[in-house]
Design a protein around this ligand. Structure first.
Ligand SMILES: *Cc1c(COP(=O)(O)O)cnc(C)c1O
Length: 388
């Protein structure tokens, strides 16, 4: 569960510091009035250092991060962008907003993009692939990276849930050409609203930095109105208040993820010996953020019974099964871009994903020990799987 559980005096202090230093809420300029305080810049540098990337660009949301990453690829209008069928609507929205066409790929037992299904859909004419690490568990990145490299198609990671996770020792968000993070209020670390793009190439970073700021190239020796520009752009700038909170939250990221992993392991170990339950598969070498523990049960009916049994004990579920409509493309018939691609009968368009998701139960993990105990969860799942 999210960084909001751990918002405290550190974040309040960081914001107060902005006001102590002239109350300059804008990331650029006002140099004489801010006493050297540039919170967004400091947050970006700390984030890039943490992930070991050449640069990081703070933006207003995770959705904006995806939009900026797609803009940076400068794809021709109408390009196909391949995304998993199980993700938050934002992934598809960013593709549509970029003038491209989202094409959804089935998921496998990791509940992330299935490389064997990607292999069928991917060709050199695709504009990009966006891989998602749902609820903090890495997708099968080595296979997906190889497929993209072979096809010559850029890979973007939607690491909205992946902040603090890694695969084979390499942080999530750094496997693709660009990685996108969300700091919305439900994510592992939060700035209220906010996001970040991390880069492998300095040329991408330079283009994205200007594009998210109306094309301003921010020449250090010039006043802002004399900045050079080489492209149009938009405004996705983060404010200094968010930057200040982001620094404080980033300092807590390791502790949040460690606490989540411990809680996840305790619950998982306590579920051993229950034959009706299969824990979601993780690729070899996964260091999940453990935002949720997902179990697969026999049928959609059993999944609902498990949710009811968890709720009856004061617990609950997260996204699966109750909020799947916002996270599974089969339900997005409000997006004509999708129905044009996959047909009006969207509900039947992703059978492999539908079968897996309908019998998945996601148990939220708390970083502070709130919520049901491991024993309570075990009892609830025993009750849910044995009800007829
Ligand atoms: C949260 C989320 C986003 C969007 O992030 P916002 O900061 O809420 O705009 C994008 N993709 C996925 C997979 C998400 O979970």
């Amino acid at each position: 569960m999210p960084g909001y559980e751990l918002i405290g005096t550190e974040e309040a202090e960081a914001v107060a510091d902005v006001f102590r230093n002239g109350g300059i809420l804008f990331r650029h300029g006002f140099d004489g009035l801010r006493n050297g305080s540039y919170k967004v810049t400091e947050f970006e540098q700390a984030f890039a250092d943490k992930l070991g990337t050449v640069d990081a660009l703070a933006v207003t949301s995770g959705t904006a991060a995806l939009r900026v990453a797609l803009a940076t690829l400068r794809l021709p209008a109408g390009s196909r962008v391949l995304i998993p069928s199980f993700t938050f609507v934002a992934t598809a929205e960013a593709v549509i907003e970029s003038g491209c066409v989202p094409v959804c790929i089935d998921i496998d037992e990791t509940l992330n993009m299935d490389p064997s299904r990607l292999a069928v859909a991917l060709d050199g004419d695709c504009g990009a692939v966006i891989v998602v690490h749902m609820l903090g568990t890495p997708a099968r990145l080595p296979e997906i990276v190889e497929l993209c490299d072979t096809a010559g198609v850029p890979l973007i990671e939607d690491a909205a849930w992946g902040c603090g996770g890694s695969l084979l020792g390499k942080p999530l968000g750094t496997w693709g050409r660009m990685g996108c993070f969300s700091f919305d209020f439900a994510k592992t670390m939060t700035t209220g609203e906010g996001g970040m793009v991390v880069f492998r190439d300095t040329a991408d970073a330079k283009f994205a930095r200007a594009w998210h700021d109306h094309g301003h190239e921010n020449n250090p020796s010039l006043p802002r109105w004399e900045d050079s520009r080489n492209s149009s752009g938009f405004n996705f700038r983060m404010t200094e208040l968010q930057g200040a909170v982001g620094i404080a939250q980033l300092n807590k990221l390791d502790a949040i993820v460690t606490a989540q992993r411990l809680a996840h392991e305790e619950i998982r170990a306590n579920l051993q010996g229950l034959p009706e339950i299969t824990v979601r598969e993780e690729p070899y070498g996964s260091e999940s953020t453990c935002d949720a523990l997902i179990v697969l049960v026999e049928s959609p009916k059993v999944a609902r019974h498990c949710r009811q049994a968890l709720m009856a004990r004061g617990g609950g579920t997260k996204i699966l099964p109750e909020a799947v409509t916002w996270h599974f493309a089969a339900h997005w018939d409000h997006m004509p871009e999708l129905t044009r691609q996959h047909g009006e009968a969207l509900l039947n368009a992703f059978p492999q994903s539908a079968e897996l998701l309908a019998r998945s139960v996601a148990i939220p993990i708390s970083a502070t020990g709130s919520g049901l105990s491991a024993d309570g969860i075990r009892e609830a799942l025993i009750e849910g799987t044995s009800r007829t």
